[in-house]
Every structure is written in structure tokens, then in C-alpha cells.
Ligand binder design. Sequence first.
Ligand code: BGC
Length: 738
Amino acid sequence: MFKNVKTIVVLVLWSSFGLNAQNKVPVYLDDKKPIQERVEDALLRMTTDEKIAMIHAQSKFSSPGVPRLGIPENWMTDGPHGIRTEVLWDEWDQAGWTNDSCIAFPALTALSATWNKELAALYGKSIGEEARFRNKNVLLGPGVNIYRTPLNGRNFEYMGEDPFLTSKMVVPYIKGVQSNGVAACVKHFALNNQETNRNAVNVIVDDRALYEIYLPAFKAAVQDGDAWAIMGSYNKYKGQHCCHNEFLLNDILRGEWGFKGVVISDWGGVHDTNQAIYNGLDMEFGSWTNGLSWGTSNAYDNYYLAKPYSNKIKNGEVGTKELDEKVRRILRLSFLTTMNKERPFGSFGTKEHADAGLKIAEEGIVLLQNKNNVLPIDLSKTRKIAVIGENAIKMMTVGGGSSSLKAKYEVLPLDGLKKRVGTQAEIVYARGYVGDPTSKYNGVVAKVSLEDKRSPEELTAEALKVAKDADIVLFFGGLNKSDLQDAEGYDRTELGLPYGQDKLIAELVKVNKKIVFINISGNAVAMPWVKEVPGIVQGWFLGTEAGNALAAVLVGDVNPSGKLTFTFPAKLSDNGAHALGEFPGGDEVTYKEGIFVGYRWADKQKAKPLFAFGHGLSYTTFEYGKVTADKKQMTVGDQITFSVKVKNTGNREGSEIVQLYISDLKSSLPRPIKELKGFEKISLKAGEEKTVIFTVDKTALSFFDDKKHDWVAEPGAFEAIIGASAIDIKSKVSFSLQ
Ligand code: BGC
């Protein structure tokens, strides 16, 4: 029966191992063992079919685990502003659950406008808890694509135009999310700076702009934030789709940065099996969006990384090395998330989360203009407040594409104001204009219908009547989440406000000069009436607590302390991409402005912006001392410290965001006039003074030398510039690098 003695020995050993093994935990399940060992052990136990199953979707947002081994499925969720409602297995439509209404957090533009890293951590922790509670182990966010043009429909999901600021804000967000045993999936890697032709456009960008402007936030996410996942973008770079892009994924992400996490495709972003095998992608999602009603019975089998891949393995066309690599990375993700026994349980729709959202919203709101101290509203002297504009009554947690939410509740601006003002003053509302009356989006139905059949003339007449004898007029306008506004899939068509708002504002200022424009948007807009409207507030998309946050700032319960993270150009042609006619391109778009994005372009062209990067006012005032440096010269291995005193010279507590820019006075390659290299948000009581200290090393002085393919700090003269914004420069100090 047994061919030789060796076989008998093996069998004896095997049976005794089997006995012992009854009490023994397999290595992959033993959480005392290093993840690497557990991954290898699990991998050894898996069949090729099980591996193939793991690397592509089985539903809209999930992919299989290994049921035989007790390895759970992976469940993804949008991201980045709240946990997306449950959708049907195979379709985008809502599943109709009644227990999936989330807390909607402020959009990432609002978070970045706080310039507060602690709030980024709070945001990440809170949204991570919501994801965890809903049993999602990958949050599809945050988004860190750079604000190249104000027309990009998805800017509201990102963190502005500056790579340094975005890098600093993204790291605590990721750590907060991942402290819940939920992976942050940073998106969209890379160069996804427009929606027009997003699935096909090939971005042509020079290496300097790539490394200095478009990649730093991703690099920080990977290296400082230790993000466990990253999402490829829809567009192409060097002619290859970014979800399977040799240069971005193999060379840069894994090669240069040492990324150990999982690369997930954007939904429908995979186009080729061979490229998907070899060019760094790990998981394919969304290639077929409606697998049950068209295509084959299980469309997922036809994904590029499903049968087409296993067939290639079977017929010997490709080996299994790459497959194993992908599965290793996905197993690691499982051990860090679903199989991490220590992870907390999370919580969902809580007051604590709503309060976190409120705090972020309040700190993110930016006071752009406050002539004659029109704000805050002094309720003791106010009899009647006129509220005008559709955005005072329109839900903004819905719409806009994949970030649309089913929020547990959303406090609309008008309701927030009414609640706060109570009986202290009369509030009268007039719609003023009809923009998008849709009150239904992906299964979410607004409580109040926004249908309004009145003509623009009738609406204007009503608004003027209401405004005329009011003590103050609050105009809630801006954009919304409808297509061609702030929304995924489309870009805006103009910098100007839609729906005739400019005309209406021009009429309103004729009847009442005390008017405040609250811009609800995630983008810059043109303001031809800027001189006539004394108060301007950037009100963002603020989520569940929007109305309460806005009311708190408008009446002065909260002293505004947000600052802009992107430039409001005076006109579209003051933006580099538009000045050079390089937007949106056709099959290709060339980033001809190179490194000169946002304020870097405005500085170079000496184009005075409508509102500058870093700008934001307070109800108090701050006085800056003169910046000093601890040395005149530094060497390459050295650090240099700058100090500046800032004093609150007003009569109420407030926070100021102190900005450090570095200017390279002479360099072998063109450089921006200045670049943000430090910021600090400080809170000061009335009369209080603090010293703000910035310590930098050569990284703050470096540029990316495309010839050397490396960062270089060139010896020579530099300036440290302290600003309250990119154009409100307080003082400078010179130093040199030896
Ligand atoms: C978006 C992603 C999103 C995904 C899943 C895509 O269309 O670009 O940001 O995470 O859909 O909803």
C-alpha cells in the first residue's frame, strides 16, 4: 500500500501534527505573529481561483474574502464627507435601508479652510467611526487633487491649490480614519484635475509640476499618513490610464515612495487586462455597472482582473507572481482592518459626530469682506432680517455625484438662523431666483418641495420688497450640487454665478446697502458687485450642521477663523490654465502653466486676485511683529527657525492663521515668487500676544530638478515671508543657504 518507508514517516508525523493542530491556531489567524508571516501563510493556503476572486468586485462596493479560511469580504464606501447610503448589490440605486442615514461632515474644502490639523484628525476619527459602525473597511477618501482651475466640478471634494497645506491636512485625516481599523483610500491618483472627458483625457505635465504640485499630498498620505489604500484616477498620464499606470504606480508610488498598501481602481477605471496585471493595480471595481440586467449573469466574471486574467494564467500566457503580489497586499489590508481583533466598534449618526462636524464647519467658514463691520449682526439693534436666495433652503448634502449622502438631518441656513435668532428679530424670506428646484436625489427626498413657477420678475420683485426695509439682507447664493455646478462628471462652464444671481444682487444693493453675500460653494466665483456688497462670507457645503454653523458666525457667537485654500481670481484669465487656454483640452490637456498654479501664477503675473489664497478676516484684529531668524546662514544639514509675535488688538477672542512663505531669490530654474512652507493657527484672547515659531530645513528650500530627477536645495539667498494671506505680507527676513 505504501510505496516506501519515507511515506510512512511523513504520515506518522502528519497525524501527530494533526492531533496537536487541533489546539493550534494557524499562523495567519494568530495575531501575535507579524502581519508579513500571516500574509504568507494565508497565501499558501489559497487556490488560484480564490486569489482571482479577491482582486475584483463582486458587487458595486464589495469584493470577496476567502470564506473557506474565514477571511472576510472587503466593503468600500464613499467618502469623503460621510458614509454613503447602502446601494443595491449591482446598481447605484439606493437599497432603501432605513438605518443608514449618516452624519454629513463639511466638504473637504471647508475642512482645509480651517487650516487646523487637529480638526483634520477629528474629522478622520469621526468619519472612520461611522464607516466602522457600518461595517465598511475601506473609506473612499480623502481626495487630494490639486485645485488647478475654478471650473473643476469636483474641487469641493478636495483641499485646495497648495501642495504643502494639503499634505499637512491629509495626514491627520488618514490617521484618524485608520485608528478605527478602517483603511483610508486616498484619491484620485493622479492628475485628475477636471471632470471634462475624465475617462479619456491624457494629461501632459512636466516633471517639475508633477512632483512639486500634483504629487506631494499623495506622497505625504503614503509616507507620513501610512495610508493603507490609494485609488487610481480615471484620466491618462503618458498615454496610459492611471488605474494601471506604469509610471505612477510602479515607478513612483511603489518604487520611489515604497507604498505597501492596496491600489484600488476608480469605479470603471480599468481598461486593459495586461496593464492591470503588470502596472501596479490590486483591485478592480465598477467596470460593469449593471451586471444583472445586461451582460452575462455574473458580469463580475468578465472584469479585466477576473476570467480574462485566470484564462491567461491557465494557458500559460502570464505567471502568478503578480497575482500573488496583489493578494499579499489585499491580505495585509484584511489583517489591518476586518481581521484586526483590537479594532473598535465605531458609532454612527451620533451627536458627538454632529458636534465634530459643527466645530469643523464653524472654523472653516471664511469671512472674505466685512466693510463697516456689517457683521456680526447685532441682534440687540436688529428688528428685521431679510434672507434671500435659494441656497438658504436647499439641501446640499445631496447631489454632486459619488459624495452625495443620505444625512440623518441637515440644518438649512434659513432654519439655523431662525432657531438662533428666535424672537429677537423678525426673519423674512424671499427666494429671489430659482436655480435647481430638484428636491430628489438618489432616493433622498427633501422635506420641502422647491418647485416654484413664478417668473424671474415676480421673484425679484418679492426679494426687493422684503429687502427694502430690512435692517440687514443676507443673500445665500453661490453654486449647488447640480450638474455643471459643483458636481462630479461635469465641469462648470463659467466663473460667474449661475441663475441670474449677479443681476438680482445688483438690484438688491439699490434698495438696501447693508447686504451680506454668503457664497455656498466649493469653488471660487466671480463677484462683479464686490465693491457694493459690504459683507462676503465663504459658506462652503457644511453638512448636517450647516445652518447652525452659519448662524453662529453671522450673529457672532463664533468668531470666524477660516482662510481660503485657493485663489479667487478676479477673472478667469487670471488663472494659469485659462490664461494659456489649456482647459479643458480635448483628448489631451497640457498643463502649460507648469508649477505656476493658484497664487504661484497670480504672483508671477502680478494679477491682483479678488480674494487671495490664505485670506480670511476675523471679528477681531491682529497685529504682527517683525519676523526674525535665529541665524543668517544655514547649511544643508541644518535647520533654521523664524519667530514672529502676533497680538490680538481687538476686543474679543479670535484665531489667526499665520503663514510662512519661502522665496528663493536666485535659482538656476524658474521658481515661484514664494511658496507656503509653514502655517500655524493660534487662538488669542483680547489683548493677548503669542510668539509663533517655524522651524524648517532644506526641504522647505528645495525644488524638483527634472534633469537630476531629485529634490535640490541650491545654495544662495532666500527670504522668509510672514503673511496673513498670500498678498497680505507682514514682514520678511533674509537668510542664505551655504
Ligand atoms: C468616483 C470615486 C468614487 C467612486 C465610487 C467614482 O465615480 O470618481 O471618487 O469613490 O465612483 O462611488
